[in-house]
Design a protein around this ligand. Structure first.
Ligand code: C2E
Ligand code: MG
Ligand code: MG
Length: 686
């Protein structure tokens, strides 16, 4: 097996590859060779046919043989081109076929020159020599890659002529023979050089092919690396984008959580506060008016009794209604349970009037009043809306909060829903009230309050006397403060429960100092039932004072009818069960329900002073009906505020059981009350 050749870079190139390249070079030249052969043979045949009239059979036979060989070589070329698969399988065979074709042609050329040499003229010999030399030169060019065949062909083409010219023996002939030998040597050398340079070029080509292949391989590798890098970069970029998007989402979520109310999604206190400041700044520069509403769901604590789900549904519905009703730029907030705040800027000129905001709030109030569907059924939630505006009423956000809350507070005292615009008069009374509240706090702590007692005189000797305990507060700054003023403040500030407990104990203790079986009447606030433990307070007062339960009567007002009656009934029944009697105070001023009156363990009804003061016909008729009704229901009847003899006569004629009023006695300090009881007015003594 032939050894591989080495390129300049030391890379091996196999013989098979060399042969394949040789075939490509040779077969490329074959068409030219065949054309030249046809032209040369035909020209020679015609030339010799004209000049040599003899041997035409040989001539045309030779010509035919030559064309046959050319035809076979052409067939070989077609076969090689068409059917040989690149790289050519078995290249050696094709090289030998090519060489065989060349040798066959060479043999025929030799036959021609041998056959005609001796019969030819000198010039014909020269023509033959010229043609053979040309063919030899051409064949060397084509066959240089097959050195053995090339040399044989040179021998066939030049050898016979050299021998024949030498045998002629003339000087000229010997020169030609010599030239033939030189030509042979030259062409042989040329053939070798050609072959070597072909091999050199091929090796260089292989090297450069390898380099190019290497470069291409590197390029492919680089392209692969580049696309890998691009894919990684794009994956990284995607991951980063996702991470950034996620972070942005989290940041938004966090921002939302930090700035919004968790239930309704509205602004929370912090964000509303800062947004309100921005709104006010903007309003300042653009000469706008900002209106703010503080909205509170009325009696939300009652709604809450239906469970967290229902109360949440109510709050969500309110939030939705506010969102839908208010313009999109309005600030809407919720915090602290059932409190909502709405602020919005307005550039209309009428926005600077109370009327504008009052109308606006009334519309909101209407929207909120509509029934709300909840899992606990439809709920009609009323709302208190306190309104203020910037810059006429409030000059900053703190004042807006204060004033809207103050306006709302005014409404809450009335106990009904509605709209109220803040006004400065309201504000000063509120501030006064605040100061009073603080003073009351101090007075209770310093035991500066005391009790006075006002007698209730019975119309019949069979009934015991009663004394109503009334609170008194003499303040250093405010002077004598009426309980009508300070009791509601005590209720608002949560002071009424301990204060009421003290009144109960003090009144019971006072009663133990009275002679006879005089009953002590103690006013009780509804807060003492709802927020305190009235039953326990009464039990302790009786226990600590040693007063018999039947000598205690508690007075409650009709305001309790607006509360949770089932609970109140159960407390009052327990109180009644102790033996303590119960009176309805200021009867006729509230909204008593006869049904409730019958249900409650009430013993006495105290007809409000307003029915006694007016003694015209209508008032008298009303008084008469109240007395008739109360008597019909079996209640004991007390007439409050009796100031004149006429009133007294009338009430006695109507048949009331007790009379209370300045005519009979003003409220008395304890010591005076004791004296009064010892010296009872003679007309009621018997
Ligand atoms: P009340 O329970 O209806 O008490 C009667 C009020 O009418 C008393 O006012 C009494 O001084 C006044 N009065 C009595 N007779 C006459 C009269 O002939 N003419 C006029 N003009 N007034 C008369 P007072 O003491 O100012 O008490 C006002 C209200 O304050 C009481 O009304 C009661 O609702 C409440 N109150 C007083 N003390 C207490 C208390 O210890 N606890 C609670 N919860 N409320 C109290
Ligand atoms: Mg009373
Ligand atoms: Mg009264």
């Amino acid at each position: 097996m032939a050894e591989d050749m080495l390129t300049a870079t030391g890379a091996p190139v196999s013989q098979e590859i060399i042969e394949q390249h040789k075939l490509v070079v040779m077969y490329k030249q074959l068409p030219n060779v065949l054309i030249f052969t046809f032209v040369a043979t035909s020209a020679l045949a015609l030339y010799f046919y004209d000049h040599l009239q003899n041997s035409s059979i040989f001539l045309w036979g030779w010509w035919g043989a030559m064309q046959l060989v050319s035809g076979l070589r052409l067939a070989n070329l077609v076969w090689w081109r068409k059917y040989a698969v690149q790289p050519v399988q078995n290249p050696q065979l094709h090289i030998w076929l090519f060489g065989l074709g060349s040798l066959a042609a060479g043999v025929l050329w030799a036959c021609f020159s041998i056959h005609y040499f001796y019969s030819a003229t000198i010039s014909q010999r020269l023509v033959i020599s010229l043609v053979m030399s040309t063919i030899a030169a051409g064949s060397v060019n084509v066959l240089a890659l097959i050195p053995q065949i090339s040399r044989i062909l040179l021998v066939l083409l030049i050898g016979p002529l050299v021998v024949m010219f030498s045998l002629l023996g003339g000087i000229d002939d010997l020169v030609v023979a010599g030239l033939g030998i030189i030509l042979f040597i030259g062409l042989t050398g040329f053939s070798r050089v050609s072959n070597d340079s072909f091999l050199g070029s091929l090796m260089a080509l292989q090297d450069s092919n390898r380099k190019i292949a290497g470069v291409f391989a590197q390029r492919d590798e680089l392209i692969q690396v580049k696309s890998d890098l691009e894919a990684r970069v794009s994956r990284k970029v995607n991951a980063l984008q996702n991470e950034t998007a996620l972070k942005e989402r989290y940041a938004l979520e966090l921002d939302k959580i930090a700035n919004s109310d968790s239930l309704t999604g509205l602004l929370n206190r912090t964000s509303f506060d800062s947004r309100l400041r921005e709104l006010l700044n903007d309003a300042r520069t653009r000469q706008k008016v900002v209106g703010m509403m503080a909205i509170e769901v009325l009696n939300f604590d009652v709604i809450e009794l239906q469970g967290a789900l229902v109360s949440d549904q109510v709050l969500l519905a309110i939030a939705d209604r506010l969102r839908a009703f208010m313009p999109s730029h309005a600030l809407i907030a919720c915090w602290g349970g059932a409190e909502f705040f709405v602020a919005t800027g307005h550039s209309d000129t009428e926005a600077g009037t109370d009327q504008f905001w009052s109308n606006h709030a009334a519309l909101v109030h209407n929207v909120l009043q509509k029934p709300i569907a909840t899992d606990g059924g439809a709920i009609c939630a009323d709302a208190l809306i306190g309104v203020t505006r910037y810059p006429d009423l409030a000059i900053n956000s703190e004042l807006m909060f204060y004033q809207s809350a103050a306006a709302k507070h005014g409404l809450r005292k009335l106990g009904v829903g509605g709209v109220k615009v803040f006004n400065p008069v309201l504000d000063s009374s509120l501030k006064e009230r605040h100061r009073l509240g603080q003073a009351l706090h101090h007075a209770i702590e310093a035991s500066l309050l005391n009790l006075v007692f006002q007698p209730l005189v019975p119309a019949s000797t069979s009934l015991p006397y009663k004394m109503e305990a009334l609170l008194r507060w003499q303040d250093a700054e405010f002077g004598q403060v009426s309980p009508v003023t300070f009791i509601p403040i005590a209720e608002e500030r949560g002071l009424i429960v301990p204060l009421g407990r003290w009144v109960l104990l003090s009144a019971c203790r006072a009663a133990t100092t009275w002679q006879g079986n005089c009953v002590v009447c103690v006013n009780v606030s509804i807060h003492q039932i709802l927020a305190g433990d009235l039953l326990r307070d009464i039990e302790l007062a009786l226990q600590h004072s040693g007063l018999a339960a039947n000598r205690l009567e508690i007075e409650i007002t009709e305001s309790m009818f607006a509360q949770d009656m089932n609970y109140i009934c159960s407390v009052l029944e327990s109180v009644r069960a102790l033996g303590v009697s119960i009176a309805i105070d200021d009867f006729g001023t509230g909204y008593s329900s006869l049904a409730y009156l019958r249900r409650l363990p009430v013993h006495t009804i105290k007809i409000d002073r307003s029915f006694i003061t007016e003694v015209d016909d209508d008032a008298r008729k009303l008084l008469f009906s109240i007395v008739t009704m109360a008597r019909g229901l079996g209640f004991q009847i007390v007439a409050e505020g009796v100031e004149t003899i006429q009133q007294e006569d009338l009430l006695l004629a109507l048949g009331v059981d007790y009379l209370q009023g300045f005519l009979l006695s003003k409220p008395l300090p304890l010591a005076n009350a004791q004296t009064w009881l010892r010296t009872l007015p003679s007309r009621y003594k018997e």
